[in-house]
Ligand binder design. Structure first.
Ligand SMILES: [Zn+2]
Length: 455
């Protein structure tokens, strides 16, 4: 794409200055129109499609694109629709109803509310003869809202009670009785985009990009098999996210799934795309999940890069160092890097408290200087399971985890060693995933281009 689409620049120019500043912030959250190809296409064809679509859009109007994966393989293009939701509960077609609402207070009972609203106990009795209405209305809590509709005669024609963001109990008068229904609204997921460049640390960059802690953690989880978030993150690294924002009746109710993400770590690009089985894969369909975590300590706990080339405090020589040291406070949780079986859980003067884990035939991981061991010899452990806590036991100068990774008995660098993968996609799953991946990556890349062009 040669230039920023005109409608976007026009929209930005029309914004108040404060908003423009916000937008130009390097990691401000960006929600822009997602332009998607109408069919799986090559990169060059996508640009052509994008340009076609743009010319049909109006400046200053807000468009929402639904990213329906079920339709990923369908020939119909993704829907472009102006949001026109937001209607009141439905009443009888001819009747003009008069609505009032009541917010439940502590100590309120249904009887008291009915009384306050000017309805008789008899009306409440008739209404609660509907079993579902009776059951649901028994659950009212302070702060919730009941809405009452009177007909021309002042009688209770309808009552609504919102059960959740998507469900509402609607009790309607039908002749001499009341009938209840649960109206379900659909959650509309709108794709959104965020970009972050790391200046101080990964966590702050995520927060500055407007992401929630949960979203930041999910990025670390997604890429945690390829990137050691404790030690490998550098200033200038960047990541972008395509994720869902969920709406009901046009009202934001929360964040949904991360659909695709890209992480650039020291110039190396990693991409993860959500498949409809709930797992993340590379664009080629290889599982993001590996048999081993890159780091047995959560990056949020790392205090510093521990210096592994330090002189030994006792011998005064550089001690041969076969592992990685993670500087972290005493008590920091240590996880098993992979599924396996504990082959040692013991103490000696050099290692302090230590745990060794065997993973399959070829791999062994070792965790040294623990303050606490939480597993026993012979015990089976899962990847990510808590096995101990960081300490300063054994021959050490400060609290840290010393971590070793052995392949066929040989020490390897756990941060760079090629790790065995979990299952990758194959057969008919693969082409189906590729269709999904292509769309999501195209959306991610388009947003990133537009975002970066606006800076
Ligand atoms: Zn060490």
């Amino acid at each position: 794409m040669m230039s920023i689409p005109q409608w976007i620049t026009a929209t930005i120019a029309a914004l108040p200055r404060r908003h423009r500043l916000l937008l130009s912030g390097i990691s401000a959250l960006l929600v822009v129109l997602l332009l998607l190809p109408s069919e799986p296409a090559t990169a060059s064809r996508q640009s052509a499609n994008l340009d076609n679509q743009q010319t049909e859009l109006e400046i200053g109007k807000r468009y929402d694109l639904s990213l329906e994966l079920a339709q990923a393989e369908a020939t119909t293009p993704l829907e472009v629709s102006v949001n026109t939701t937001g209607s009141a509960p439905t009443a009888g077609p001819e009747q003009q109803l008069n609505w009032t609402s009541h917010t439940v207070r502590s100590g309120d009972s249904l009887a008291r509310i009915f009384d306050k609203m000017g309805f008789t106990p008899q009306q409440l009795y008739v209404l609660t003869r509907d079993a579902q209405a009776e059951k649901m209305l028994r659950r009212i809590h302070p702060g919730e809202t009941l809405r009452f509709a009177r007909d021309d005669n002042g009688e209770l024609a309808q009552l609504t009670y919102q059960l959740s963001a998507t469900e509402t109990l609607v009790v309607s008068k039908e002749g001499e009785r009341y009938r209840s229904d649960i109206e379900t609204k659909t959650i509309e997921s709108r794709p959104s985009f965020a970009f972050a460049k790391i200046t101080s640390n990964f966590w702050n960059a995520g927060l500055e990009a407007g992401l929630t802690s949960q979203q930041i953690m999910s990025v670390a989880d997604m890429f945690g098999w390829d990137i050691d978030f404790a030690l490998d993150i550098r200033e200038g690294d960047e990541f972008s996210l395509l994720f869902e924002r969920n709406y009901v009746d046009g009202e934001f109710i929360g964040f949904g799934k991360v659909l695709a993400a890209e992480f650039v770590n020291r110039g190396q690009v990693f991409q993860a795309i959500l498949h409809d089985n709930g797992q993340y894969y590379t664009a080629e369909g290889r599982a993001m999940r590996k048999s081993f975590l890159r780091s047995p300590v959560n990056f949020t706990h790392i205090t510093s890069n521990f210096n592994p080339r330090r002189l030994h405090p006792v011998t005064g020589q550089v001690r041969p160092h076969n592992g990685i040291d993670y500087g972290a406070k005493t008590g920091t949780p240590v996880m098993s890097a992979g599924d396996g079986k504990v082959i040692a859980s013991a103490y000696n003067n050099l290692n302090g408290h230590y745990v060794f884990i065997q993973h399959g035939e070829r791999y062994v991981t070792k965790y040294l200087h623990l303050s606490k061991r939480l597993v026993k010899n012979g015990q089976r452990v899962k990847q990510g399971e808590l096995i101990g806590r960081v300490g300063a036991t054994g021959r050490v100068t400060g609290a840290h985890l010393h971590y070793e990774f052995l392949v066929d008995g040989v020490h390897r660098n756990p941060r760079t060693v090629e790790l065995p993968q979990a299952e990758s996609l194959a057969g008919t799953e693969l082409p189906r995933f590729r269709g999904i991946a292509e769309q999501r990556l195209a959306a991610l890349n388009t947003n990133k281009r537009i975002y970066l062009a606006m800076l």
